[in-house]
Design a protein around this ligand. Structure first.
Ligand code: FDA
Length: 305
């Protein structure tokens, strides 16, 4: 099965309610490969271990697509706790959050207020906050939110641009002018051909174009990918253009290519591991399975152990 078909098939299957029910009943052990723990204490312990290997962390409290604003307030409070714990334990970490977890699909103003509370608390301790990018109904609203926070001097906030979207080149150019810190990724959701490139080659080419634009304009960028083609391009582009290793960072997900993460850190690159924790792991975990048949094998091996 081709990579694109595999991804689309799995993303369709995992939207199925029965599959969701079975996975939640039996899947926690399967997901543990990609999830750092159920609570903040476990996630902080993983963070200290990673820091010990020279790897920075971004902490993610799992959750998305909430049903009411009370839930959003719960997530806001958990993120406030994360920020305070990072400051207290003096770990090298920042945070990543999903705007829908903070109420974006329910009430934009309330979502803004919830995120602002976290960014404001984080700013006080010089901690960076990344708004993850979700599917296209939320792209513009997420960018608007970041702009609004930046305009209010909250420059410790940034977002993510997905190389599979046709609009991303324009978004990168505009946000770069405003000096917004960006994470570049391929994109993890199922998007139609009207808005997104469908072939791996097109996505890779666009990814390289975005990386080149950011680095040649001296803008701090997180290159988030497990793909050697992306990693090697970034290294070679930086070396050829005398761009310092401090001008960007590589990011990878917890549980994936941990050896490569340590190797890059040893070579003197800045490396950050995306560390998710919490009990709402299902959507995050199924996106990881959909990305690569090898991730599914990894999970099955874990169960058979
Ligand atoms: P991909 O999975 O396409 O793999 C391509 C090639 O890389 C493989 O064929 C293989 O050669 C190599 N490779 C990959 N995994 C390997 C492994 N384990 N071992 C050896 N080789 C391997 N998405 C989104 O839409 N919004 C977001 O906010 C984020 N945030 C985010 C943060 C971070 C830190 C990361 C790493 C990723 C995201 N993503 C994301 C997910 C992203 O969009 C994308 O879906 C995944 O990273 C998968 O794409 P990759 O570029 O990693 O390579």
């Amino acid at each position: 099965m081709g990579a694109g078909l595999y991804r689309r098939t799995l993303l369709t299957i995992t939207n199925n309610k029965l599959v969701e029910h079975l996975s939640i009943r039996y899947g926690r052990k399967l997901a543990s490969k990609f999830i750092a723990g159920d609570d903040l204490e476990e996630a902080m312990n993983r963070t200290e271990e990673l820091n010990g290997q020279g790897i920075m962390v971004t902490l993610d409290h799992l959750g998305e697509g909430i049903r009411d604003l009370k839930e959003a307030e719960g997530y806001r409070d958990e993120y406030l706790k994360i920020v305070r714990e990072i400051a207290k334990r003096k770990v090298n970490a920042n945070v990543s959050l999903k705007p829908t977890q903070f109420g974006l699909s329910l009430d934009k103003e309330q979502c803004h207020a919830n995120i602002r509370a976290v960014v404001s608390e984080a700013k006080y301790s010089r901690i960076f906050v990344r708004l993850d990018m979700e599917d296209t109904p939320y792209t513009q609203a997420t960018i608007d939110l970041v702009r609004k926070l930046h305009a209010g001097w909250m420059t410790n906030v940034g977002t993510v641009i997905q190389a599979y979207l046709h609009r991303s080149e324009e978004d990168v150019k505009a946000l770069s002018k405003e000096k917004v810190n960006l994470r570049l990724v391929k994109g993890a959701y199922k998007e139609p051909p009207e808005v997104a490139y469908q072939s791996a080659g097109q996505v890779l080419n666009n990814f390289k174009k975005l990386i080149a634009h950011r680095l040649s304009n001296g803008l701090y960028t997180a290159v988030a990918s497990h793909d050697d083609k992306v990693i090697n391009f970034t290294k070679e582009f930086a070396a050829a253009n005398n761009i310092s290793k401090d001008a960007f960072e590589f990011q990878m997900l917890y549980g994936l290519r941990m050896g490569k993460q340590a190797e890059l850190a040893q070579e003197g690159y800045r490396v950050r591991c995306y560390v998710p924790y919490g009990t709402m792991w299902y959507p995050y975990y199924t996106r990881r399975l959909a990305e690569k048949p090898a991730n599914l094998m990894l999970v099955l091996k874990n169960v058979l152990k």
